[in-house]
Design a protein around this ligand. Structure first.
Ligand SMILES: C[S@@+](CC[C@H](N)C(=O)[O-])C[C@H]1O[C@@H](n2cnc3c(N)ncnc32)[C@H](O)[C@@H]1O
Ligand SMILES: [Zn+2]
Length: 292
């Protein structure tokens, strides 16, 4: 079995390159897990009395700053979006994830699905279909650790591109991780990667405003990082009005889209992004070339 898998991997790399293989495999894993991840998480939460330390800490961080629009990177089945929606009435929320089955699971929370202050889209964090600087705060909770080293810098640049004020990362970095068991398991795991966010974000012009590596519980895996954006991001005009066509942009050129019966269209690139089940699919490789 292993030999067959190795041979398959070998030919895949020959055809598409090592980087594409890693990225495709992580996406495939999450798409496959789309269904049962929700059940596993809900079970875990129910056992913990519906309170999860990491999420509570994340919300403490979010509460520290003013925002108009907030983005969850890798929003999965909408568990954090649901809480943001409840705790921040009047604020706008965007969620992006490349696992459609998980995104569709967020229908279990009809209040977020039906609201005009929530936009959810299918897309890859390393190349997002979002307009420049349209978000005040972007955050991730255990997501960037799924991005392979070959792609992480591209992902961070992309997050900075869309963000005006602050980026909050709740991610795994071996030197700050207290949970030795987790490190051991993660090292063997093919899709969990430790990245030095502080070093990379500073190189990209962001300022570290908070680092909290010691979370004080035995199950700790994550470090909290909070970064402020380069000054020109703060000084850019306020985020555009909150509606789909002002927030969602062409994944290729980041330009404005128009809404048609068939989906969202970028006239400059001649690309059509499908919108099925009211969920725009902004993954570039799935966009269709059209004549406009
Ligand atoms: C551990 S789950 C966390 C989901 C949610 N943030 C939560 O706290 O419940 C990781 C999520 O990240 C998504 N993900 C991983 N890499 C991604 C990428 N490059 N682009 C978009 N989504 C990604 C997966 O599909 C999955 O839903
Ligand atoms: Zn375009």
């Amino acid at each position: 079995m292993k030999i067959i898998q190795r041979a398959k991997d070998y030919f895949y790399i020959l055809r598409k390159g090592r980087k594409t293989k890693e990225v495709d495999q992580v996406r495939h894993l999450w798409t496959e897990r789309g269904g049962d991840y929700y059940e596993l998480q809900e079970k875990m939460l129910a056992e913990k009395g519906n309170s999860y330390f990491a999420q509570d800490e994340l919300f403490n961080f979010i509460a520290k700053g003013e925002f108009y629009t907030i983005l969850e990177l890798g929003s999965g089945y909408g568990w954090n979006i649901k809480r943001l929606f409840k705790e921040y009435p009047g604020k706008n929320i965007v969620g992006i994830d490349f696992s459609r089955p998980q995104l569709l699971k967020s229908r279990v929370y009809p209040e977020i699905w039906d609201s005009n202050r929530v936009i959810i889209l299918e897309g890859d964090i390393t190349n997002m279909g979002l307009a420049d600087k349209c978000i005040d705060i972007s955050f991730s909770l255990g997501i960037l650790m799924n991005i392979p080293p070959s792609n992480i810098l591209k992902g961070l640049k992309e997050i900075i591109r869309v963000t005006r004020k602050r980026i909050i990362l709740f991610e795994y970095f071996i030197p700050y991780c207290e949970n030795k068991e987790f490190i051991k398991a993660a090292k063997k795991h093919p899709y969990i990667f430790s990245h030095d966010y502080e070093k990379m974000m500073k190189k990209l012009g962001c300022k570290l405003i908070c680092l909290d590596e010691n979370r004080g519980t035995p199950s700790d895996r994550y470090t909290f990082y909070e970064f402020s954006m380069p000054i020109e991001h703060f000084e850019s005009p306020l985020p555009p009005e909150f509606n789909r066509l002002k927030i969602i942009a062409c994944t290729k050129c980041k330009g404005t889209l128009i809404e048609t019966k068939k989906g969202l269209v970028c006239e400059s690139c001649g690309l059509l992004y499908a919108v099925e089940d009211n969920l725009p699919d902004m993954v570039l490789s799935k966009a269709k070339s059209i004549v406009v």
